[in-house]
Design a protein around this ligand. Structure first.
Ligand code: NAI
Ligand code: NAD
Ligand code: ISE
Length: 337
């Protein structure tokens, strides 16, 4: 059986996912696409030579009889409406992060999924599928470094476009660490504070960059994440876990080493698309396979999207208050155990 997929949002990552579902992965077919920019949807069909129909909007695409599942890759504020419509139609959903741009929105999705009585949603938190993060998790779970005490992390982009605002450092960028880090150390966040170091001259007028998030967990682990989206030099993801008995750290992205002109050098990536290629492949293959073999996606759930959204709301509040903000989750519904 082939899983028929409709894609909502054919921008940067929408196209990446269309490409991998069509040419790299097995078991699915793109049969429908839509984008608020209809030319972008037409163009995706031409570029990837899809045998697919362009729909005028997400609602008509979701309603199409031959669409079994939707991949939502529109911009963040549009996600909630599309996810709720897909749940109402009983269709499977792979939704890029963030699941919703507010905790209230993510909670509405959780409640709708529980009411539907069936797990339908997977959130695109691909770092949980990355070999580096999985290696860190295995070392921590095997007690190789003792109890984790501190995490030092960085999320750096060379530049961002004009649409990028100060709160997007949380909802668009830090959201990946928010999801991955509590999962990594199997702990819950308790509070957060955001500090703004001296602003870089390379940020557009009004954008606060860099920022440092300091999260504290219920077990007392302190996590610092530097978010620096105009760092100029490259796309760079760092994560170091300091434990009682030792330290584990993400590997550097593998690249050839060059000896030339008296220098030993290694290129740094400049585009996020290539840092987690393998993880995107594995997460989407898992989405397709799990629906076919288990009748439900097995990846990050709506509840994980909700945890991330509550934490992101607290981080955004901390950006303006300058204070330590509490992170308080509702009780986890049994549905997600
Ligand atoms: P993009 O701006 O390149 O593409 C978004 C597309 O969605 C555009 O073509 C836009 O016209 C369309 N769109 C917006 N609202 C829509 C709506 N209501 N209905 C239909 N189409 C709509 O953005 P990009 O970089 O592709 O990001 C898309 C999503 O993917 C975002 O949520 C982003 O956070 C996420 N993302 C995730 C990444 C990851 O590593 N997991 C990497 C990059 C993006
Ligand atoms: P993008 O701006 O390149 O593409 C978004 C597309 O969505 C655009 O073509 C836009 O026209 C379309 N769109 C917007 N609203 C829509 C709507 N309501 N209905 C249909 N189409 C709509 O953005 P992007 O970089 O591709 O990011 C898209 C999403 O993917 C974002 O949520 C982003 O956070 C996420 N993303 C995730 C990763 C990751 O590493 N997991 C990487 C990049 C982007
Ligand atoms: C983008 O939307 C992503 O999700 C990338 O993974 C992230 O590193 C980048 O900062 C975001 O803009």
């Amino acid at each position: 059986m082939v899983l028929n997929i409709g894609v909502i949002g054919t921008g940067a990552i929408g196209r990446e996912h269309i490409g991998r579902l069509t040419n790299t992965l097995a078991g699915s077919k793109i049969v429908a696409v839509t984008d608020v920019n209809q030319e972008a949807a037409q163009d995706a069909i031409a570029t990837y030579q899809l045998d697919a129909v362009v729909y005028p909007d997400d609602i008509s695409l979701i309603a199409a009889d031959n669409v079994d599942a939707v991949v939502i890759t529109s911009w963040g504020p549009a996600h909630e409406g599309s996810v709720l419509a897909a749940i109402a139609a009983g269709k499977y959903v792979f939704c890029e992060k963030p699941l919703a741009t507010t905790a209230a929105g993510a909670r509405r999705i959780v409640d709708a999924e529980i009411a539907a009585g069936k797990k339908l949603v997977q959130v695109g938190f691909m770092r949980r599928y990355d070999e580096g993060y999985l290696g860190l998790k295995q070392a921590i779970d095997n007690n190789e470094i003792g109890a984790p005490l501190m995490l030092h992390c960085a999320h750096r982009n060379p530049t961002v476009d004009e649409r990028y605002s100060t709160d997007m450092a949380i909802s668009d960028t830090l959201i990946h660490e928010i999801d991955a880090l509590h999962w990594l150390i199997d702990d819950d966040y308790k509070s957060v504070r955001i500090a703004f170091p001296r602003n870089t001259k390379n940020a557009r007028e009004g954008l606060r960059d860099p920022q440092i998030a300091t999260l504290e967990t219920k077990n007392g682990v302190i996590i610092t994440v530097e978010i620096f989206v105009n760092c100029q030099y490259g796309y760079d993801i760092q994560c170091e876990v300091v434990g009682e008995e030792g330290i584990v750290k993400l590997p550097e992205f593998s690249n050839i080493v060059t000896r030339k002109s008296g220098k030993l050098s290694q290129e740094i990536l400049s585009d996020w698309k290539y840092r987690f290629t393998r993880a995107y492949d594995v997460e989407l293959q898992d989405f397709v396979d799990s629906i076919k073999t288990k009748g439900a996606p097995q990846g990050p759930t709506s509840w994980d999207g909700y945890i991330a959204a509550v934490t992101a709301d607290a981080c955004i509040a901390a950006q303006t208050s300058g204070a330590v903000e509490t992170i308080a989750l509702d009780e986890k519904p049994a549905f997600y155990n």
